[in-house]
Design a binder for this molecule. Structure first.
Ligand code: GTP
Ligand code: MG
Length: 204
């Protein structure tokens, strides 16, 4: 984890930085906003006609803005663990930001819209290459899971140790559940807990 501070009561608080990544319009900003207990910091910009032919908005027809830099939100899982969430920009022309955003990060969520599966390949390659633990989260737009987790795992060719879960990014409870799964995954990879062990004290 990135930092450990000790309060006067000797109460240890662990803070961890996590990335919320994925393709254009996969729901990254929505997830950071729904999970955050503070008003999220966003860098949304209006999509102009300059993006026509560059941004594929066919499956996100109502989308009028896009993240130009990053999203930030914060979640307390319990009194001992605070997660700092950084949402990445989705458009490829902003991907130079990712090298900065990954600094000090302990794990990542790769959000997937299964109608545009290939859009998340670059995020998966990026984290695999940098050996950053990640999980795949299928965003069920309109509550519909278009493909099951097994099919998505196969299509993405992610190894069996990478968790593949589903969520509704608009739901804070659903988003926090995925974040807890990611922390559990990171801890199991570090040998802190056995794989599949629920995070002690997680109530989100
Ligand atoms: N129905 C439904 N709509 C969603 C869900 N998640 C996101 N949306 C909508 O999908 C659109 C894109 O969501 P964003 O959160 O902006 O996606 P993003 O990944 O941050 O987009 P970029 O930053 O442009 O890459 C928005 O209009 C959201 O309201 C979901 O789970 N269900
Ligand atoms: Mg965004």
């Amino acid at each position: 984890m990135t930092a450990t501070v000790t309060t006067p009561r000797a109460h240890r608080v662990t803070e961890a930085k996590l990335l919320i990544a994925g393709g254009f319009g996969a729901g990254k900003t929505t997830m950071v906003g729904s999970a955050s207990e503070v008003t999220p910091f966003t860098t949304e910009e209006i999509m102009t006609s300059a993006g026509v032919g560059v941004d594929d908005t066919r499956n996100v027809p109502g989308k009028t803005t896009t993240t130009s830099c990053l999203d930030y939100g914060r979640v307390s899982i319990d009194r001992d663990l605070i997660l700092h969430l950084f949402g990445t920009p989705g458009q490829t022309r902003f991907w130079y930001m990712w090298d900065e955003l990954i600094r000090g990060c302990v794990g990542a969520v790769v959000l997937v819209d299964t109608r545009r599966l290939a859009d998340c390949f670059a995020a998966i390659d990026f984290f695999e290459h940098r050996r950053l633990p990640y999980l795949v989260a299928i965003n069920c737009f309109d509550g519909v899971q278009y493909h099951d987790a097994k099919d998505v795992r196969e299509a993405l060719a992610v190894t069996g140790d990478v968790p593949v879960v589903s969520l509704d990014a608009r739901s804070g409870a659903s988003s926090r559940h995925v974040l807890i799964s990611l922390v559990e995954h990171v801890l199991s990879l570090r040998g802190v807990v056995a794989a599949g062990t629920p995070l002690a004290g997680s109530t989100a």
